[in-house]
Design a protein around this ligand. Structure first.
Ligand code: B4P
Length: 192
């Protein structure tokens, strides 16, 4: 199994680049943001609970997202590998992901960390908010809260994998295709 984490602040391009990576490398795309939004769309109890956090720009509790990822891995045992997009987002989630993968005799092969300035993050998310219908993109205060949550709770996830020498920093500003070329080069080095 070949497993990649696409890491970065909200708006850094994770969702955008994930689409291209899974298509090229035939990995199973696991986005906790997408999984949560589909729970909200279906009006499930989990979705209603998660919405309260997401609308305020806060992270959803660890046990909720860990449970979702656990089921998704178990439901896709035949996958060639996974692309984790937006997960793990806390130190607890990172430790738990390592444990879950170990149960399948697998581990994270590489963490690709997209680096984008705060000014550009806010600009992209406000732009997406005009058409996405996502309430967490429409309000500048909520966007700032999401970036603050990232700095307080998510940035440490990179340290966890840096200790294991698995992090590759990628400049995340430029055209989507140019960034994808940089990401592909890093994946090719690990996959070969
Ligand atoms: P996510 O769905 O993960 O959303 P995101 O981080 O905001 O977006 P992403 O990073 O994928 O967007 P992209 O840059 O591609 O999370 C939403 C919420 O769910 C979180 O705030 C949290 O509440 C909750 N959640 C999710 N996972 C969780 C977890 N593990 N634990 C707890 N809570 C969790 O796109 C942004 C925009 O930039 C797009 O419009 C795109 O077109 C544009 N863009 C992309 N690349 C560009 C480029 N190179 N140039 C210009 N624009 C670009």
């Amino acid at each position: 199994m070949f497993n990649v984490i696409l890491f970065g602040a909200p708006g850094s391009g994770k969702g955008t680049q994930s689409q291209k990576i899974v298509e090229k490398y035939h990995l199973k795309h696991l986005s906790t943001g997408d999984l949560l939004r589909s729970e909200i769309a279906e009006g499930t109890k989990l979705g209603l609970e998660a919405k309260k956090f997401m609308d305020g720009g806060l992270l959803v509790p660890d046990e909720v997202v860990i449970g979702m990822i656990d089921s998704a891995i178990n439901n896709n045992k035949d996958a060639k590998g996974f692309l984790f997009d937006g997960f793990p987002r806390t130190a607890v989630q990172a430790e738990k992901l390592d444990e879950l993968l170990q149960q399948h005799n697998a581990s994270i092969n590489v963490v690709l960390a997209l680096e984008v300035s705060e000014e550009e993050l806010v600009k992209r998310l406000l732009e997406r908010g005009k058409t996405s219908g996502r309430s967490d993109d429409a309000d500048k205060t909520v966007i700032r809260s999401r970036i603050e949550e990232y700095r307080k709770k998510t940035a440490v996830v990179a340290d966890h994998y840096r200790q294991l020498d698995k992090v590759k920093n990628i400049p995340g500003e430029g055209t989507v295709d140019a960034i994808f070329t940089l990401l592909s080069k890093e994946i090719d080095q690990v996959i070969l």
